[in-house]
Design a protein around this ligand. Structure first.
Ligand code: ATP
Length: 455
């Protein structure tokens, strides 16, 4: 089903998932806050990623590095010199755009990665890629605009105190690679995963939480010997696909794999693949998987003067590890999950909006509902018992139909009603969010029932 993004945004706001940032002050362009339920889903998504890519992977370990790093890190990584986007202005209405995106948004099948600025400018002119605001085709030349957020550390505001907010979490991993490897006595191959905030002063943020200036990344840097004959790229590509399909249940038909061609590849990359998702506003990158060779370790070795080589215990030879990097934006993945989960359905007595979130991501797994006031005590007792092991909520207001709609709207997979008979037969009715079917089970069997549903 094709959904309208505005409807989704308004639903997520009204249900407490995502609010406009700084709203009472008129907002701050393209900033979003995660409400009580959005924070739950976000945390659960992070936990699923961490469990799959860090905790329960035989090779990997985790890390939590700083947002502000020594500025030399960004010299070494190339961000200070090259982390720019091509900025172009419409001469007529003065609107600003990212020149590459102007083309890619008009010609959705095209990718201009690797083009020179001159090639982009010519294409815009010749193919009449007009200003989306005023339709003119009269643009300035492209200027490079740095995406790095700059600030100062300490009391003196001069060049010597300039620091940057990290534009990616990956570099924090590279600079702690040696410490992590030594401390944990890791042998190649092994990976280091990290989840954390990144900042990019994007020229044209937008499309809700797809592109923002402050966002979270979930990145893995997987280190292996250059002589290793395993195809680790394929291994991680398969893992990412498995995570998308089986763990967060993204429908296969909603995402596609795009190989970067030679022109688009960075000079150091042997292979890069983007997993793209069909968002309501078009196809967009969701997850990037890149073979980064030994580029980053080599750069940090050069700039820091530290030996970052690995001494192979079998061959007694030293070398720099190669790296595969699967990198995903937490909020982009969340948006893909929200888009896929939001469903408007006609039902017997009207319509309902259901968030068909994977059970493991729903803010609440189960809602406890006493049918009448007389069953409140029993229901409360059950609620407290379930709360020890499950994400449960209690809902006693409104008629039962309204309560079901309310739980559907926030994606609660199971609703348990306590009725008059429960007080004597110790059974409850469990209603399934997706099928709306109901079954009656004994109270003592609820925990087992829910555990089985979560597997
Ligand atoms: P794009 O081409 O969309 O700007 P990118 O290729 O620069 O993305 P990477 O540097 O590969 O992105 O970052 C890895 C992941 O981080 C992306 O696949 C995306 O999921 C996420 N990401 C990057 N920039 C943003 C942003 N401004 N807002 C939200 N998520 C982002």
């Amino acid at each position: 089903m094709k959904i309208e993004i505005d409807k989704l945004i308004s639903h997520l706001k009204s249900q407490g998932f995502v609010f406009q940032g700084s709203e009472i002050y008129g907002g701050l362009a393209n900033s979003w806050d995660y409400g009580p339920l959005g924070a739950e889903v976000k945390n659960k998504l992070k936990k699923l990623w961490w469990d799959f890519f860090v905790r329960r992977n035989e090779y990997n370990i985790g890390l939590d590095s700083s947002i502000i790093l020594n500025p030399k890190v960004w010299e070494a990584s190339g961000h200070l010199g090259n982390f720019n986007d091509p900025l172009i202005d419409c001469k007529k209405c003065k609107s600003r755009f990212r020149a590459d995106k102007l083309i890619e948004e008009k010609f959705t099948e095209m990718n201009v990665g690797g083009w020179t600025n001159q090639e982009i400018e010519e294409f815009i002119r010749e193919k009449k890629v007009n200003c989306p605001k005023c339709e003119a085709n009269d643009f300035t030349n492209i200027r490079q605009f740095t995406l790095m957020f700059k600030t100062n550390q300490g009391v003196i505001e001069d060049a010597s105190s300039t620091v940057y907010l990290r534009p990616e979490t990956a570099q924090g991993i590279f600079i702690q690679y040696k410490n992590s490897q030594r401390a944990l006595r890791k042998k190649l191959p092994f990976g280091i995963g990290q989840i954390g905030k990144s900042f990019r002063n994007e020229i044209t943020p937008g499309n809700f939480i797809f592109r923002t200036r402050e966002f979270e990344q979930m990145e893995l840097e997987f280190f292996f010997s250059p002589n290793d004959s395993n195809d680790w790229f394929e291994y991680w590509l398969e893992k990412v696909k498995f995570f998308l399909e089986k763990i967060v249940q993204i429908n296969k038909k909603n995402f596609s794999i795009r190989e970067h061609d030679k022109q688009e590849l960075s000079h150091y990359s042997k292979r890069t693949v983007d997993i793209e998702f069909d968002f309501p506003f078009g196809r967009g990158e969701l997850w990037g998987i890149a073979h980064r060779s030994d580029f980053d370790l080599n750069q940090h070795q050069k700039y820091s003067g530290q030996d970052l080589t690995y001494l192979d215990p079998e061959t007694n030879k030293k070398y720099l590890a190669n790296v595969i990097e699967p990198s995903v934006g937490l909020e982009r993945l969340l948006l893909a999950i929200f888009c896929q989960s939001y469903v408007e359905e006609k039902i017997e007595n009207g319509e309902r909006i259901v968030m068909k979130l994977p059970y493991k991501l729903a803010p609440y797994l189960v809602a406890i509902m006493p049918l009448q006031k007389q069953q409140n005590e029993k229901a409360n007792q059950l609620y407290k018992e379930l709360l020890v092991d499950f994400d449960a909520t209690f809902d006693e207001t409104g008629n039962i139909g309204k309560r079901y709609r309310r739980q559907d709207a926030i994606g609660t997979p199971f609703c348990i009603t306590i009725d008059f008979d429960t007080l004597t037969d110790n059974c409850v009715t469990i209603r399934n969010r997706d099928t709306m079917s109901q079954e009656r089970i004994e109270i003592t069997k609820i925990k087992k029932y829910l555990v089985e549903k979560l597997i």
